[in-house]
Design a protein around this ligand. Structure first.
Ligand SMILES: Nc1ncnc2c1ncn2[C@@H]1O[C@H](COP(=O)(O)OP(=O)(O)O)[C@@H](O)[C@H]1O
Ligand SMILES: [Mg+2]
Length: 254
């Protein structure tokens, strides 16, 4: 099994979109029963991308508090991606779950290990922004972490904080691989282009070889509650994400 975390220090950079769309592209290439996504963000939005719209979804938060395994909360969908939502949760439930995660540093990895998933599966985990308990859990169990960045000053400013996290976590997980993933690239915008060039200069060797262009089909697809790969299969973002999936399959040896 391969576990991939999708993280960022800043919100709104495209983590959830990347998780849903990349999972769909991986499923298209690997076939049925090979890809799962887990939503570790209390916003509980990932399942929307797969057309699942029950606001009272059961998910990993309550299921963990009940001490029950995660097998029963996996939602199938027409995109061949098994989705484990964060689920509906009250504020005290969220706090209790986060306390549990603070006390047991490998909880998420243990749950994935016990969920009965096949050895050939790829599991993508979506996270909330910032240095949270969720981020720590993901770093403890992932084989690969994708750090999503926009080519803007806000994302650029978060790189030192992320680098110190990576230093700290490399002591705990020495085999963890991490790459920065540039999202919403816009070569027609001079500022976007300048920051992208700056990133290439500073962390070029740590950037994923394929970035994702800004493409309004990504937001439109969410409005239609489906991945962009099916909403607009021949568009720029779908093309980029499909290439990224191919790179990832090679990187993960799948
Ligand atoms: N490549 C892209 N092109 C255009 N819009 C995008 C792209 N990636 C994400 N978005 C949009 O950016 C917004 C934030 O994305 P989201 O995935 O929710 O970010 P996060 O999970 O990091 O908070 C959404 O409106 C989404 O549709
Ligand atoms: Mg999100």
């Amino acid at each position: 099994m391969s576990v991939v975390g999708i993280v960022s220090m800043k919100g709104g950079v495209g983590k959830t979109s990347v998780t849903a769309n990349l999972a769909t592209a991986l499923a298209q290439k690997l076939g049925s029963g090979r890809v799962s996504v887990i939503d570790l963000d209390p916003q509980n939005a990932l399942h929307w991308h797969f057309g699942i719209h029950d606001p009272e979804t059961e998910g990993v938060c309550r299921q963990s508090l009940r001490g029950e395994g995660w097998g029963g909360i996996a939602l199938a969908n027409e995109f061949d991606v098994t989705c484990l939502p964060y689920g509906a949760a009250s504020e005290p439930e969220r706090e209790a779950f986060e306390a549990l995660l603070s006390n047991q540093s490998h909880w998420i990895g243990d749950q994935i290990g016990q969920a009965g998933l096949s050895e050939d599966r790829v599991v993508l985990i979506d996270t909330p922004p910032g240095s949270t308990v969720y981020l720590r859990q993901v770093f403890a169990c992932a084989d690969l972490v994708l750090i999503v960045l926009l080519a803007d000053a806000g994302s650029y400013a978060t790189i030192p904080a992320m680098e110190s996290w990576l230093d700290e976590m490399s002591a705990v997980s020495p085999h963890l691989r991490s790459v920065y993933l540039l999202n919403q690239i816009d070569r027609s915008d001079s500022f976007n282009r300048d920051v992208a060039d700056l990133l290439q200069r500073d962390i070029g060797d740590r950037l994923a070889p394929i970035g994702i262009h800004g493409d309004e089909a990504v937001s439109e697809a969410l409005a239609f509650q489906q991945p962009v790969l099916t909403y607009d299969p021949y568009g720029q973002a779908s093309h980029d994400i499909a290439r990224l999936a191919t790179w990832m399959i090679t990187t993960l040896n799948r």
